[in-house]
Write a protein that binds this ligand. Sequence first.
Ligand SMILES: Nc1nc2c(ncn2[C@@H]2O[C@H](COP(=O)(O)OP(=O)(O)O)[C@@H](O)[C@H]2O)c(=O)[nH]1
Ligand SMILES: [Mg+2]
Length: 319
Amino acid sequence: MSVTDLVNGVLSGKRRELARLISLIENEDGDATEALIQLYKHTGKAHIIGVTGPPGSGKSSLVTKLTTEFRKRENTIGIVCVDPSSPFTGGAFLGDRIRMQEHSLDNEVYVRSMGTRGHLGGLARATSDAVRAIDAFGKDIIFVETVGAGQSEVDVIDVAQTVIVTDMPGSGDDIQAIKAGIMEIADIFVVNKMDLPGAERKVTEINAMLDIDPSEKDWRPPVILTNSRSGEGVTELADKILEHLQFLKDSGQLEQKGLKRSRDELQELMRYKLTRELYQKLEGQPEYEAAIKKIATRKEDPYSVAERLIAEFLFSESR
Ligand SMILES: Nc1nc2c(ncn2[C@@H]2O[C@H](COP(=O)(O)OP(=O)(O)O)[C@@H](O)[C@H]2O)c(=O)[nH]1
Ligand SMILES: [Mg+2]
């Protein structure tokens, strides 16, 4: 299939072409970049919603219920599930797929899982490109679900305009969540499994944490109780999500976020491209291997060698 066919297919809403493009993205195929170049001007329309939190807190169930809610409101939906902690794409997402099955016959809902490929930087890159492809495909709302455990999902969730952090009663990992920087990125907190004992206390705890947050934000993240099995609280959550988007627009923060993201993305792409080209050039070269040995045997130091190699790379004409 030619890149033009692929691009036209995605733009005209063909699911097969979208799936194919995301596979190319995952495999870091050059055709994917070519397609994304052509698609870029058709993107930037979707409301991207990040959903993160501990495993088992109910992210997938919640996304499924939110999808039902937004479908009622005539929105079309994309869902991207990311699990950086698991190398087993198929198995890890089996549960997610089963949970999201109630939408599998709905053409207006597109679900895709992303597994670990290469290093985490690559995963964040691939996820943001997959989201972009779904944006060009024309979905109004795109959920990005990722398990909350560290820097990697903060990177993954960076594509989102609205970030939901999920928690559940009885989970004692609040301190850990703060450490991981998950608290700071939340626009909305959800205490899911409100049917279980301790849900109200959890809400109080999170609110207490927000009270001592020194940063003076214009938006105080609301804390919402949900039951992702019955759907209780989900309508309120959907309203809050829209309220947050409206706040971003009214306050000018949506524009700011867009600029920040473009700056970050450009830097990241340049860094990625430069290092990849550099390594490709150096890897296996006798002088490179010799320099590594010299560093190990203290005949040279890594600081000077790094400077020299980068200078040589930047100013070499045969690049
Ligand atoms: N009791 C209860 N169980 C829930 C609720 N939401 C999800 N679950 C269950 O919690 C488990 C984990 O849910 P899942 O959506 O896969 O969580 P994820 O790992 O965060 O995506 C599943 O067995 C769900 O059925 C809820 O509101 N109440
Ligand atoms: Mg899940």
